[in-house]
Design a binder for this molecule. Structure first.
Ligand code: PDD
Length: 287
């Protein structure tokens, strides 16, 4: 089945979808994005993703191409047209294509924002064997720009980080700035000691994960303690458990950091429990 994608107001077969070479996301990484997961053919945490998109747009003074209600309809239609039961919807909004290259932003009155959405079919996303195995990670320096709270398409360093991890024979990397962990290349980072979850506090240094917000809420409801503060790789290595969260991985246990096994070196019971709660609760609230 040919994938149907959405480009600037049209639903098209993927090979017919085209964007301008002058699109500022292509020339300047002047675009923002969201990734929303789909379970049972429904969108997980859509309201959170829509809200963060509005914030990213407003922080960059970028006009919105449509209302959030229209965006929900486009998401739903693409999921339906492509028969997605489990998978992802990728959405990108750009400042548009002014018809030439210029550092200064174009006038929003004459240059419409660009919008692209496509689905990724991922059967077995929720029942992933990776969750039973856990992830191994390395630490790398965080050399990204200072506004990581805005979800821009400027993803070269996270891609380099994934390649550094791959070269080291592991699954991912956690980034470290001034001695403290910021986040994973495409996820938020946590460790558990006793009954306490530790994760970096929200600031411009990290993406304000939508899965993070939900998981911390469920953890508090399950009587776990939460400390939002800076932590080092050494502290995480000495923890009982570690894990990451993201829209595409949900809650995923981390079993090794820089060659050091975490706890027993197998996925921790609390991380697996949080994964189960997150999946159950978000399925119930899915739209
Ligand atoms: N990445 N931190 C970074 C740097 C991320 O890129 C992501 C998500 C997260 C987790 O945010 P959320 O829980 O809202 O997905 C944290 C997406 C999945 C991606 O780029 O594919």
């Amino acid at each position: 089945m040919t994938r149907t994608v959405y480009v600037n107001g049209e639903y098209l077969p993927e090979h017919e979808a085209k964007v301008s070479i002058f699109d500022r996301a292509f020339l300047m990484a002047d675009g923002v994005y969201e990734v929303t997961s789909v379970l049972d053919g429904k969108l997980i945490d859509f309201a959170g993703h829509a809200k963060r998109l509005e914030r990213s747009l407003s922080e960059l003074d970028m006009p919105s191409p449509c209302t959030m209600d229209e965006l929900l309809e486009i998401h739903r239609k693409l999921v339906e047209l492509n028969g997605i039961e489990e998978g992802l919807v990728y959405l990108q909004v750009t400042r548009g294509a002014p018809g030439d290259r210029d550092f200064a932003w174009p006038d929003p009155e004459t240059c419409a924002p660009g919008i692209v959405l496509f689905t990724q079919n991922k059967p077995g996303l929720a029942n992933s064997p990776a969750a039973q195995k856990g992830m191994k990670i390395i630490s790398i320096e965080d050399v990204r720009w200072g506004r990581r709270d805005i979800k821009t398409v400027q993803l070269l360093y996270p891609s380099m980080g994934k390649m550094m991890a791959k070269k080291a024979g592991v699954d991912d990397a956690w980034m470290v700035q001034d001695g403290f962990v910021t986040e994973g290349t495409s996820n938020n980072a946590y460790f558990i000691k006793g009954n306490t979850i530790v994760t970096r506090a929200l600031s411009n240094d990290i993406l304000h994960g939508i899965t993070r917000a939900a998981v911390l809420r469920f953890a508090a409801e399950a009587q776990m303690q939460i400390e939002e503060r800076n932590f080092t790789i050494e502290e995480a290595q000495a923890a009982d458990e570690a894990f990451i969260t993201s829209a595409s991985a949900f809650v995923m246990p981390v079993v090794e950091i820089d060659g050091q096994a975490i706890g027993s070196g197998t996925p921790g019971p609390l991380a697996l429990r949080l994964r189960e709660i997150y999946l159950d609760e978000s399925r119930k609230a899915a739209v």
